[in-house]
Write a protein that binds this ligand. Structure first.
Ligand SMILES: Cc1ncc(COP(=O)(O)O)c(C=O)c1O
Length: 402
C-alpha cells in the first residue's frame, strides 16, 4: 500500500507549527508565554451578535442543513456592506457567495478553477493558503513580490513573457498578511487594466478591510470600473468583528468565478450553521461601533508595540493596516535566521512570534508580530525582549547614546 500521497508530498512541513508546538509545550510546563504568533483576535464579538446566535439556536427548526452559498439574507447583508463601504453594487444572487471563512473560500475556488499544471502568480511572502490552496489543487506557483512597487509590475510582466503555460490567475492581498503593506486605488486601477490586457483572473484577499490606521481607509479592487470582468474579492468577519472561530467569509465579484465557487461548494458543504448565518447578518446590518472600537484598539496597540520594542533596542516599521508588525530581525542577530530567532525569543523572552520564513523564502530575515495581546502584555513583552537582546549583546538606544 503506497503512503506516498501525491498532494501530501507537495506540502512541506509547516514551519510555523514548530514554534507553535514549542509554545504549547512551554505553556503546558506552566510558563507564561505572551502569544503574538497567530493572528487570532483576543476580543469578543459584539453582544447583540452573540444574543442573535443564542436566539436562533433556541429555535427547533434552525438545526438542519443550511444553504451552502449562504441564506439570502446574509448575501444581501454582504451586498449592503459593499454598497455602503465601497460604493460597489453587487447582485446578491449572482455576485455574492458566503464561505466558511475566507480561507475555505480561497481553497474551494482554487479547487474549482485550477487544473494540474496551471500557473498561478502568488506573492512571496504570503499567507500560506494563497500558495498552498493552489498547490493542493495541482497548480504550479510562480512567485511575485509582495511589495507593490515598480519591481512588482516588472515581475508581473516578466512572468507573462517567460512562463509556459501562461499564468491564469494572480493573487493579491492588501493589507498584506504578513507584511502589512497597503495599496491605493491607483494600484487597483493599474492592476485591472493589466489583468484585462493579459487575460488573467485576479483574486483579491481583503481580510483586513477594516483594520486600517491613520485615517486611510482600505480600498477594494471592485471600486475600479470594470473590475468585475476579471476579479473576485474575499472578505472575512474573523478580524472585523472578532469572529474568527465562527468561520464566516465571503467571495464577491465576477459572476463566472462566483458561479464556479458556488458549484464546487454545493458538492462539498451545506454551509455554515443557520444561527451563525443569522447572527452574521445581525453583525453586518446592525450597529457598526465595534468596527470603529476594534480599529482604535489595534491602532493603540500598534503604537505601544512599536514604541516599546524600539526602546528595547528593536526597531520595527510602523504598519499602516492589519493586525501585524512585520519586523526585520535585529541586525546583530540576523545571522540566526527567522526560525531560530523565533525559538530563542520564545525560550528566553517568553514571547511567541511567527518566523517570516513560514510565509515563503522572501519572508526570511523577518518575524511577524500579531497585536493580539493587550497593551500591558505588549509592554511586558518588550521588557522581556529587552533582557534577551541585552543578553545577546544588543544595546538599547539609550545605552548606545552613551
Ligand atoms: C490574509 C488572510 N486571508 C485570509 C485569512 C483567513 O481568514 P478566515 O478566518 O476568514 O478564514 C487570514 C487569516 O488570518 C488572513 O490573514
Amino acid at each position: 500500500m503506497s503512503e506516498d500521497f501525491y498532494r501530501i508530498r507537495r506540502l512541506p512541513p509547516y514551519v510555523i507549527a514548530e514554534v507553535n508546538a514549542m509554545r504549547a509545550a512551554a505553556r503546558a510546563g506552566g510558563e507564561d508565554i505572551i502569544d503574538l504568533g497567530m493572528g487570532n483576535p483576543d476580543l469578543p464579538p459584539p453582544p447583540h451578535v452573540i444574543a442573535k446566535l443564542a436566539e436562533v439556536a433556541a429555535k427547533p427548526d434552525a438545526h438542519g442543513y443550511s444553504a451552502s452559498k449562504g441564506i439570502p439574507g446574509i448575501r444581501r447583508a454582504q451586498a449592503g456592506y459593499y454598497a455602503r463601504r465601497f460604493g460597489v453594487t453587487l447582485c446578491p444572487e449572482t455576485e455574492v457567495v458566503m464561505t466558511m471563512g475566507s480561507k475555505e473560500g480561497l481553497a474551494s475556488l482554487a479547487t474549482a478553477i485550477t487544473a494540474p499544471g496551471d500557473v498561478v502568480l502568488a506573492p512571496n511572502p504570503s499567507y500560506p493558503i494563497h500558495t498552498f490552496g493552489f498547490i493542493i489543487a495541482g497548480a504550479t506557483i510562480r512567485s511575485v513580490p509582495t511589495t507593490p512597487d515598480e519591481n512588482y509590475w516588472r515581475a508581473l510582466d516578466r512572468a507573462m513573457v517567460f512562463t509556459v503555460p501562461r499564468p491564469s490567475l494572480l493573487i493579491v492581498n492588501y493589507p498584506s498578511n504578513p507584511t502589512a503593506e497597503t495599496v491605493d486605488l491607483a494600484f487597483y486601477e493599474r492592476l485591472v487594466a493589466w489583468a484585462k490586457a493579459n487575460k488573467v483572473w485576479v483574486l483579491s484577499d481583503l481580510a483586513y478591510s477594516e483594520l486600517y490606521f491613520d485615517g486611510q481607509p482600505t480600498r477594494s479592487i471592485l471600486e475600479v470600473p470594470g473590475a468585475k470582468d476579471v476579479a473576485v474579492e474575499f472578505t472575512s468577519m474573523s478580524k472585523t468583528y472578532s469572529m474568527a472561530g465562527w468561520r464566516v467569509g465571503f467571495a464577491v465579484g465576477n459572476k463566472q468565478l462566483i458561479a464556479a465557487l458556488t458549484r464546487v461548494k454545493s458538492y462539498l458543504d451545506y454551509g455554515a450553521f443557520t444561527p451563525i448565518q443569522a447572527a452574521a447578518c445581525a453583525a453586518l446590518n446592525g450597529p457598526q461601533d465595534i468596527v470603529e472600537t476594534n480599529r482604535a484598539l489595534y491602532h493603540k496597540r500598534r503604537d505601544v508595540l512599536v514604541e516599546a520594542f524600539g526602546r528595547a533596542g528593536w526597531d520595527i516599521p510602523v504598519p499602516r493596516a492589519s493586525m501585524f508588525c512585520w519586523a526585520p530581525l535585529p541586525p546583530a542577530l540576523a545571522h540566526l535566521g527567522s526560525l531560530e530567532f523565533s525559538k530563542q525569543l520564545l525560550t528566553h523572552a517568553g514571547v511567541a512570534v511567527a518566523p517570516g520564513v513560514g510565509y515563503g523564502e522572501e519572508g526570511e530575515g523577518f518575524v511577524r508580530i500579531a497585536m493580539v495581546e493587550n497593551e500591558q502584555r505588549l509592554r511586558q513583552a518588550a521588557r522581556n525582549v529587552r533582557k534577551y537582546l541585552l543578553s545577546m549583546g544588543v544595546n538599547t538606544p539609550a545605552q548606545a547614546a552613551g
